[in-house]
Design a protein around this ligand. Structure first.
Ligand SMILES: NC(=O)c1ccc[n+]([C@@H]2O[C@H](COP(=O)([O-])OP(=O)(O)OC[C@H]3O[C@@H](n4cnc5c(N)ncnc54)[C@H](O)[C@@H]3O)[C@@H](O)[C@H]2O)c1
Length: 352
């Protein structure tokens, strides 16, 4: 029997709308692009991505929702318009795929989740960096126990030293780096922590971007299992650092400049467990005078996975009943951390 093919419309044919079209277009057995909508006529005519050239064009989401046989709409419009669009799509009986930030507040997220309850399998969150190859590999490695008990997880991202000046830097549109890159790294951090967050510290600030939204933030999350995640995103760092560092009791995993390295104690040699500290005069050197540790250092191959696998998971959820790994409750947790980080830092994201 032939596969069911979901008919898809793209709402917002801007920078990310083109990516949606390209990614979805790469699964022709699962999806068919049939429509797109944009309030900017220019985007629908002159700048339309190749994959959408032959599809029906609409000037609004409302019009597109009338498209015969439409099953699903992806939302690639401005942050504050995500939830209203998702609710409209679900209430029209279609599947809504929401870009990050999936909501501008916990209250708004909860409104969307209420509607989703009445429309099962109709709401999906595009937390695509859940499938970022380096994240997937580091998480797998960490879960094998190679570096022992995980203590600190540091996630860092630089978007370049940029006096950025589009709407995404404007608080009027819930813009800034915390709402832009925050959801990606908060989602990854929550997965690494693997335990409920019990404490949050945050600093959120504006340094150089043209819009008044934040362009530098740090969030520290402490989890019930005692792990700590340190998330930093910078739009004003002229010398960016490593993207990932996971410190465990028996080693460390680092990801930097596209290279993952693990340095860990030889698992075949048990640590001496009868050692005692020496209270007396030490030899004239620092460290451990009774033990030598054997380390392995290895470069870890990061498989070239595609983040587009998100669409396959979505399809499997809708058509084959296999739940997508990106759960709605996890999306809610990301929104909660974002809101709490703004609150703790005192930096106010404006809402339209
Ligand atoms: N997951 C990711 O990796 C990722 C990457 C980039 C952007 N995004 C998200 O995608 C969203 C869009 O970002 P962008 O960079 O593509 O913005 P953009 O400004 O380039 O594109 C938005 C498009 O939506 C259209 N539009 C606005 N309101 C509309 C409406 N009500 N109905 C129909 N069309 C409308 C605009 O005319 C524009 O063409 C943002 O929320 C952003 O956070 C996610």
């Amino acid at each position: 029997m032939a596969n069911r093919v979901l008919k898809v419309g793209i709402c917002g044919v801007g920078r990310i709308g083109g990516n949606h079209a390209q990614e979805i277009g790469s699964f022709p057995d699962m999806f068919q692009l049939v429509a797109c909508a944009d309030t900017d006529p220019q985007r629908l005519v002159k700048e339309v991505p190749r994959e959408l050239e032959g599809v029906a064009k609409y000037h609004s989401l409302d019009e597109m929702l009338q498209h015969p046989g439409l099953d699903m709409v992806t939302i690639g419009i401005r942050h504050p318009d995500h939830v209203p669009a998702a609710i409209k799509i679900m209430e029209a009986g279609k599947i809504a795929v929401v870009e990050k930030p999936v909501a501008t507040s916990v209250a708004e997220m909860q409104r969307m989740l209420e509607v989703a309850k009445a429309h099962p399998h109709c709401l999906f969150l595009r937390h695509n960096r859940r499938f970022e190859p380096a994240f997937v590999k580091a998480k797998q490695l960490m879960d094998t126990g190679l570096i022992g008990d995980v203590q600190y997880i540091k996630l860092y991202r630089s978007v370049g030293y940029c006096r950025r000046n589009d709407w995404m830097t404007m608080p009027e549109f819930y813009g800034g780096l915390l709402t832009n890159w925050g959801p990606h790294l908060i989602d990854q951090a929550l997965r690494f922590l693997d335990s409920p967050v019990v404490d949050i510290w945050a600093d959120v600030r504006h340094v150089i971007s043209i819009g008044a939204g934040d362009d530098l933030f740090k969030i520290i999350l402490k989890a019930k299992n005692n792990r700590v995640a340190d998330i930093e995103v910078a739009g004003c760092n002229a010398m960016p650092g490593r993207e990932m560092e996971i410190i465990g009791s028996k080693g460390t995993i680092v990801y930097e400049n596209g290279k993952m390295t693990a340095r860990y104690l030889d698992p075949t040699i048990a640590l001496k467990n009868d050692l005692k500290p020496h209270p007396g005069q030490p030899p004239k050197k620092y460290g451990n005078f009774d033990e030598t540790l054997n380390f392995f250092t290895s470069e870890v191959e990061v498989p070239q996975l595609s983040m587009s696998v998100l669409w396959k998971h979505l399809y499997d959820d809708v058509v084959n009943g296999i739940p997508t790994p990106i759960r709605l409750e996890e999306g809610l947790e990301v929104v909660k951390v974002t809101e709490e980080a703004f609150r703790r830092s005192g930096f106010k994201p404006a809402r339209v």
